[in-house]
Design a protein around this ligand. Structure first.
Ligand code: FEO
Ligand code: CA
Ligand code: CA
Ligand code: CA
Length: 634
């Protein structure tokens, strides 16, 4: 989900930033032309697609129609849809009579991030596991029968708000592959909903108990009801799932121009003009009635899917922003790095490095590992980049600049990053580590608001209508990547768009096919062979095709040559790609099918995936397998 505003007004005010910008513009152009970064550029004909590549599938093609399309020889099974019961005794989905109580026991709306957590815990089982799925938000036009903008805004009931809140958050559901068919186990004791409406979540780290986290309902500032705007995420080596609270500003109404938090709200893009109208019935979503509630969202939340009784935990040491993701990796010395993007135009890329090493023998020993460590923000220079520490008392992060403690630094991590001179990026989405190489891939989805005089080494187009992917290369120590390093190299992996259109300025390493070029990269994942899979969000706005999933090799002669594997139904976004450990199943989230102008519950632009006249389009997770049982992509 996206809005097109910018809340970073830091305007590169320091002299060093100005100098870096002047230098980097020139160097960016020089770097773009340099030999080696980009080799062949152009389009291949379909006959030569994949020739010599390990990705041997025939491309799916790209479409703008009512259903999905996948590469020939692959099967797509709809595994679980919005409203499907999560328990044997949960009510069936009735779109004409939705309720909060029913929704709390059903799969939520607008599924996004997907993690496959094998069962039993710690195994690499690829046929049975827990599907952990984010539910980012609800869309009133496609949720409510009889929807019309005016009547919705006028007549919205408390129960409707509660149903929307119940449909948002996260689901954990056991799935099993029986004879080649993935099925949901509704009797599983692991099945669980975590919602915005009712789930108690503990707060840990520097902001726990901070006065700015205290509310009437929770004076202690340590217990929050719910998580919201759950976009992408990540998993940890100890078997937990991290869910990222992204566009929290859509949930708070009121007058954002006044009060002691007004400046902080502004920097977080919280302007009181929420898409949801929950603040009408629930004071905590009204900025003026409960000004600290917004500080309790925008965090990374850790969930233990293997313990259904566990409280999720907001890990505030990782900072607060429009969190896209939280992907972890074990550094050479056993410490954990968590990579994150702040998805808004002109926002930053972050990483958190734990103080202590991960105990790979005892998962429970890592229970609070994410509470102690150092949060860093990225500054990109020409071919190298710095990770700048966001530590209270260091540099400008002092009382003179309004920070009383580390709690303030993490609550206002955007402002702290501004003061350190971080590089404003073209909407950082997923930041994912290639398990085969340790290189870190940053998806910059697009930024049409970047002006020509705002380009820099790492954001070379203004406007940037298509996006790009940066590859960060940490130094190696004893053959392993040092993810705690404060200086790394970087280069462009791909600068996307149509290579046949000179106005796009796209650059790939080799020839992409007419259906293989990308726009708007968002979620990333890697298959067991270290090949990158790239899901798009917004492709239809910029190229006229529905969002799609692409794959590319990351090294060798086919490095960065993207190929289209799956095309989503119209109005939808394809998100959350996740492989089973054996690479033979790919789970995909199809989010907001039919989300187009004028498309409503009663007259949607598609009724995917049921195609029944009494069913609205339903977001769903699909399981993709190869008909011959082989590895995806092969
Ligand atoms: Fe929810 Fe940044 O995508
Ligand atoms: Ca996303
Ligand atoms: Ca990912
Ligand atoms: Ca997105």
């Amino acid at each position: 989900m996206d809005d097109d505003t910018v809340s970073n007004e830091s305007k590169a005010t320091t002299l060093s930033q100005l100098m870096a910008l002047r230098l980097s513009r020139r160097d960016a152009l020089r770097g773009m032309a340099a030999a080696g970064v980009y080799g062949l550029v152009g389009c291949a004909t379909p006959a030569t697609q994949g020739s010599g590549s390990s990705l041997t599938f025939t491309e799916s093609g790209r479409f703008m129609d009512e259903t999905h399309h996948v590469a020939p020889g692959y099967k797509v099974n709809t595994l679980i849809r919005w409203g499907d019961p999560l328990h044997a005794d949960a009510p069936a989905f009735n779109p004409q009579a939705q309720s909060a109580a029913a929704q709390e026991r059903q799969f939520g709306a607008n599924n996004d991030y997907v993690a496959f957590m094998p069962l039993p815990r710690g195994s690499a089982n690829s046929t049975r596991g827990l599907l952990c799925v984010n539910h980012e938000y609800t869309l009133a036009p496609l949720m409510w029968p009889g929807y019309a903008p005016e009547s919705y805004a006028k007549n919205l009931t408390r129960e409707q708000c509660e149903t929307e809140m119940a449909a948002t958050g996260h689901s954990i559901v056991e799935v099993e592959n029986r004879g080649g068919q993935w099925l949901v186990n509704r009797a599983s004791p692991y099945n669980r909903r975590i919602s915005t409406r009712g789930t108690v979540i503990r707060v840990a780290g520097p902001a726990a108990g901070h006065p700015r986290m205290s509310t009437k309902a929770d004076v202690s500032g340590t217990r929050v009801i719910g998580t919201l705007a759950n976009c992408a995420g990540g998993t940890t080596p100890w078997g937990t799932v991290l869910t990222a609270e992204e566009n929290i500003h859509y949930s708070f109404t009121g007058d954002a121009s006044t009060g002691r938090e007004a400046a902080a709200w502004k920097r977080m893009g919280i302007d009181g003009r929420a898409r949801s109208l929950w603040g009408r019935h629930f004071d905590r979503f009204n900025l003026n009635k409960e000004p600290n509630e917004a500080n309790r969202f925008g965090w990374i939340v850790e969930i233990d899917p293997y313990d259904p009784r566990s409280l999720p935990v907001k890990r505030t040491a990782l900072g607060r922003c429009n969190q896209e993701c939280a992907n972890t990796v074990i550094s050479y010395d056993g410490r954990i790095a968590v990579y994150k993007g702040d998805d808004r135009r002109m926002e930053y890329v972050y990483k958190f490095v734990t103080r202590d090493a991960c105990n790979t023998d005892q998962p429970e020993a890592n229970r609070d590992l994410l509470d102690s460590g150092t949060l860093y923000v990225a500054r990109f220079e020409t071919s190298k980049m710095q990770w700048l520490p966001l530590v209270f008392g260091q540099g400008p992060l002092t009382k003179a600049n309004g920070f009383e403690n580390q709690g303030d630094v993490v609550i206002d991590s955007r402002r702290a990053a501004d003061l350190l001179g971080a590089t404003p990026m073209d909407r950082p989405e997923d930041v994912e580590v290639n398990p085969a190489t340790g290189r870190v891939y940053v998806a910059l989805t697009f930024n049409e608001n970047r002006k020509p005089d705002q380009i820099d080494a790492a954001n070379p187009r203004g406007p940037n209508k298509h996006g790009h992917i940066i590859e960060i290369i940490p130094p190696m120590i004893n053959g392993k990547s040092d993810h705690a390093a404060t200086e790394c190299k970087w280069e462009f992996f791909i600068v996307v768009g149509d290579p046949k259109n000179p106005e796009h300025g796209a650059r790939y390493h080799g020839p992409v096919s007419p259906t293989g070029w990308i726009t708007a990269p968002d979620n990333l994942t890697f298959d067991p062979k270290g090949r990158i899979w790239i899901a798009t969000d917004g492709q239809e706005d910029w190229s006229g095709f529905a969002d799609s999933l692409y794959a590319a090799e990351t090294s060798g002669p086919h490095r960065g040559v993207t190929r289209c594997f799956f095309s989503s139904p119209r109005g939808s976004e394809v998100t959350g790609p996740a492989f089973t450990p054996d690479g033979k199943t790919l789970f995909l989230s199809v989010q907001h099918p039919g989300d187009e102008k004028g498309s409503t519950f009663d007259k949607p632009s598609t009724r995917w995936p049921d195609f029944k006249p009494d069913m609205p389009p339903r977001p769903a997770v699909v399981a993709i397998t190869k008909a011959d049982g082989g590895e995806i992509g092969s």
